[in-house]
Design a protein. Structure first.
Length: 319
């Protein structure tokens, strides 16, 4: 019975921590210059919230679908495909092309390509060769390595000015988020998040395993296809705002599993998103006002996330 009321209490605590971290981020060193501070920091906070929610919910959904809590959407190469696409258009078309100048067109085309790649993977491994999920993951891992390697090869051949502009797009930058994409990312991600919340009870059943889900009346193949599409969109949104970030969703998801000790996805989605928001905003406060931008939040995330990933792997091995 205790577990029934612990989760809501922890969610409430996390909610107040979010309010507190947002307040600190807005108020620290503001000098009452609200006309300048609110638009600048307010847009950043909205972006932090979008990135945190998309990364966490996308990772949790992917881990439920694959029945593995150490995998992330990057394992099937979706973020690598984004890097590859941006590199190709910059190398072949130059920085003056419409695909580079028009950010909205670039975003929707990148999202379309990532969704299309997911559809292709689903068609191959669930229609032509059904029941081979781990072969799908291995293929995605290989393709992701190929995309990264070929992107690196093209970047070596690029003009230094174009390479510099490309780097600003590809490397996660929580300090310089492209806030011009906020509106389009909100209207793109919001329906996906709402749909995943509606599917949370079905995800609870899927968490029991593919065989049990089939016996309980879940159309697992159709559900997997839908989840692939939704995860692709969420990955595209977070990648478009700050570039590829491997371990943000992984950290939020796995720490939430331990904090809430439940298998109900609705609770995990809310709690995990709140936890990640607190982590991102608090981390950015430390980066800006303690480290004075001498490092970036993305570096800290990759280090902490990679370290936690190794800890989980070692624990799983001992068990």
């Amino acid at each position: 019975m205790k577990k029934n009321y612990k989760s809501p209490i922890r969610i409430i605590i996390l909610f107040f921590l979010v309010i507190f971290s947002v307040g600190v981020y807005l108020l620290v060193q503001s000098n009452n210059n609200w006309g300048y501070i609110l638009p600048l920091r307010g847009k950043k906070i909205i972006a932090f919230i979008i990135i945190s929610i998309c990364s966490t919910i996308g990772t949790m959904t992917f881990q439920t679908m694959t029945e593995n809590k150490i995998l992330t959407p990057s394992i099937i190469g979706l973020d690598s495909l984004y890097v590859f696409f941006q590199t190709v258009i910059m190398a072949l078309l130059g920085n003056g092309h419409a695909l580079i100048r028009d950010k909205y067109f670039n975003f929707f085309l990148s999202t379309f390509l990532m969704v299309g790649a997911s559809c292709l993977l689903y068609w191959i491994f669930f229609k032509k060769f059904p029941g081979r999920l781990y072969l799908l993951l291995m293929t995605g891992l290989i393709m992701g390595t190929f995309f990264r390697s070929f992107s690196s090869f093209l970047q070596v051949l690029m003009d230094p000015n174009e390479f510099d502009q490309l780097q600003s797009r590809l490397f996660a930058s929580f300090n310089n988020i492209d806030t011009s994409l906020l509106f389009v990312t909100i209207i793109t991600s919001l329906p996906v998040i709402v749909l995943l919340f509606k599917l949370s009870s079905v995800l609870d059943v899927l968490h029991l395993g593919r065989v049990n889900a089939l016996q309980l009346g879940v159309n697992v193949d159709l559900l997997t296809f839908i989840l692939f599409l939704l995860i692709s969109i969420l990955t595209a949104v977070s990648t478009a705002l700050v570039g590829p970030v491997t371990f943000l969703g992984f950290l939020g998801a796995n720490l939430s599993y331990r904090i809430f000790d439940t298998f109900q996805h609705k609770t995990l989605f809310i709690g995990g998103s709140l936890f990640t928001i607190v982590f991102v905003i608090s981390g950015q406060i430390v980066i800006e006002h303690i480290f004075k931008f001498q490092t970036t939040l993305s570096v800290v995330l990759e280090f902490v996330g990679g370290l936690y990933f190794l800890i989980i792997l070692l624990k799983e091995r001992k068990q």
